[in-house]
Unconditional design. Structure first.
Lengths: 271, 278
């Protein structure tokens, strides 16, 4: 696996870029080509969705950006954190499952990144409180994960990703397992968080509707090996809210993105 | 909870019935026990079986009371041996599993021997140990040999069952080895470790008894198993039964204590310790 330092080795020389992938490929041990070659630039503060069929390497791309695995070839550039924080801390990661520690409270779960960084207790406590407030879980700080609903667990996971105040938030199909109503609510909450905090968000999903609703830019990927297939800029009046979901604009974008995605499905490789 | 509030009037429906089922579950084994003891006593009296062949339960109980000073002393010795063996097994098993988890080379080199130690019947090893070690040490080593393997294998399993995404998260935030061990691997492995300890508790008693029997036939020792062997030579069958009864009771108490510990430690989060309603 990669050392955190290796992440910012290839620094994003162009100002304003948060993440820059150049000719990145990933070949797994079995010889399966999962990804690439992939070129991708994400500007600071941008909300980008990676959309594609299952197994197209979206999650692999995210893990490469996070430094959880190393690319087989190509370079992964991630902008240096603005503060003095350690490199790993410029990135927050939200997994498909809430990925909480069942043996401890919400507070401890959210505070884990700070504990691992040996942050002073007083500072940690303040930041945990802030993160919990951002996701609306202040009253549940002392609950255990098993006492929470699926949507609330996901909020805890989001609070944990926010607690280090990262510049980049990587989200790997975070709402895929939730029911539609919860999902819509979390979509709205995520949008307002993004508006307020102006983080760079790279959001992996296989839902056309979710990607169009949330992002400024939707990147459609091909089936394995995942490459960039098409790119759509979603230009609409900000701030977006629930009425965007039922607008003709929204339907139009969804149709265009769906059409771009369609060729990936008939001859689907793998799963 | 509702079963406590509702008067016995509504005993025929819903929640109160589970209370009745629980009562039956407690009562049935007790009835079986009472019936067994009654039949035993009856068979002994009707057939007029002499106590050096088969003493009745009344005679066994009488011996238990009469010989209590001797038997309690032996019980204490056996329990102490078991405890020492158990503690050694717990620490040895967990420490070895942690070492194996940190170094694959060590695991590959030593794990086969741990298996060999486990599959070789301890009753066959005991006489050898008694030759090379002082008796008390040999007995504890026997208790350790049978007890440590379940702790080792369960802890190893637990340390390897860490959620992959959580491990990724620790990596992302640059956790050190010690931090990963302390905050992730050990808590993940805790239910497995406790399960291993529960098995090891009973096995340590078995190990202690086996070693005492082996040592007892050599003519020394003072544990319960030694009392059983000694009473056998003297045809004091009632005392054999009384000592056996104490060994069973000790085994049950050890099991209950460990199960209770496991429940108390895990009750806030682990599936095994949660009620059905949660």
């Amino acid at each position: 696996m990669v050392e955190p330092e290796a992440l910012s080795e290839v620094d994003t020389r162009t100002a304003g870029l948060a993440v820059s992938l150049r000719g990145v490929t990933k070949v797994y041990d079995g010889g399966v080509v999962a990804l690439g070659p992939l070129d991708l630039d994400v500007r600071k503060g941008e909300f980008v969705s990676l959309l594609g069929p299952s197994g197209c390497g979206k999650s692999t791309a995210l893990r490469l950006i996070a430094g959880l695995s190393a690319p087989t070839s190509g370079t992964v550039g991630v902008s240096k954190p603005t503060g003095q924080a350690r490199p790993g801390h410029s990135i927050g990661f939200v997994f498909q499952e809430p990925t909480l520690m069942p043996w401890t409270s919400v507070r401890e779960n959210v505070g884990l990144p700070l504990k691992l960084a040996r942050a002073p207790a007083a500072e940690a406590s303040a930041r945990i409180g802030e993160a919990l407030k951002q996701v609306g879980l202040t009253e549940f700080a002392d609950a255990f994960p098993r006492q929470l609903s699926g949507g609330m667990k996901m909020r805890v996971s989001l609070a944990r990703a926010l607690v280090t105040d990262p510049d980049i938030l990587l989200m790997d199909e975070p709402f895929a397992a939730l029911d539609e109503i919860t999902r819509f609510r979390l979509n709205n909450d995520l949008l307002s968080l993004w508006r307020n905090l102006r983080k760079t968000i790279i959001f992996v999903t296989h839902s056309v509707f979710e990607s169009v609703y949330l992002s400024q830019r939707v990147i459609v990927m091909t089936a394995r090996p995942g490459r960039l297939d098409a790119e759509f800029r979603i230009d609409t009046a900000e701030p977006r809210a629930e009425d965007f979901r039922t607008s003709a604009d929204y339907a139009g974008y969804c149709r265009k993105v769906s059409n771009a995605l369609a060729p990936s499905y008939p001859g689907q490789h793998g799963s | 909870m509702s079963s406590l509030q509702t008067p016995p009037l509504s005993a025929g429906q819903g929640a109160p019935e589970s209370g009745a089922v629980r009562l039956v579950r407690i009562l049935l084994p007790i009835i079986v026990l009472a019936a067994g003891i009654a039949i035993w006593e009856l068979v002994v009296r009707v057939n007029d079986i002499p106590p050096y062949v088969l003493p009745g339960p009344a005679a066994v109980f009488e011996t238990l009371v009469k010989d209590w000073p001797v038997l309690s002393q032996s019980l204490l010795v056996t329990l102490l041996t078991t405890l020492e063996g158990f503690v050694a097994a717990a620490f040895g098993g967990i420490a070895l599993a942690l070492l194996f988890n940190q170094s694959k080379w060590l695991e590959y080199s030593l794990f086969p021997y741990a298996v060999i130690l486990q599959v070789t019947p301890v009753i066959a090893i005991a006489p050898l140990l008694l030759i090379y070690l002082p008796q008390q040490t040999a007995v504890i080593v026997c208790a350790w040999i049978v007890g440590f393997f379940p702790v080792l294998s369960n802890t190893t399993l637990g340390l390897n069952s860490v959620d992959r995404n959580l491990a990724g998260l620790f990596q992302l935030y640059g956790a050190s080895r010690i931090q990963t061990l302390r905050y992730l691997k050990l808590p993940s492995a805790l239910p497995f470790i406790l399960g291993g300890l529960r098995i090891a508790g009973g096995l340590s008693l078995i190990g202690a008894v086996v070693a005492e029997i082996a040592a007892g036939s050599a003519g020394a020792g003072s544990g319960l198993a030694y009392r059983i062997a000694e009473s056998g030579y003297r045809l004091n069958i009632a005392r054999m039964f009384a000592a056996l009864l104490l060994l069973s009771a000790a085994g049950i108490v050890i099991y209950v204590l460990l199960a209770l510990t496991s429940h108390l430690v895990l009750r806030r989060w682990h599936e095994s310790a949660l009620g059905k309603d949660n």
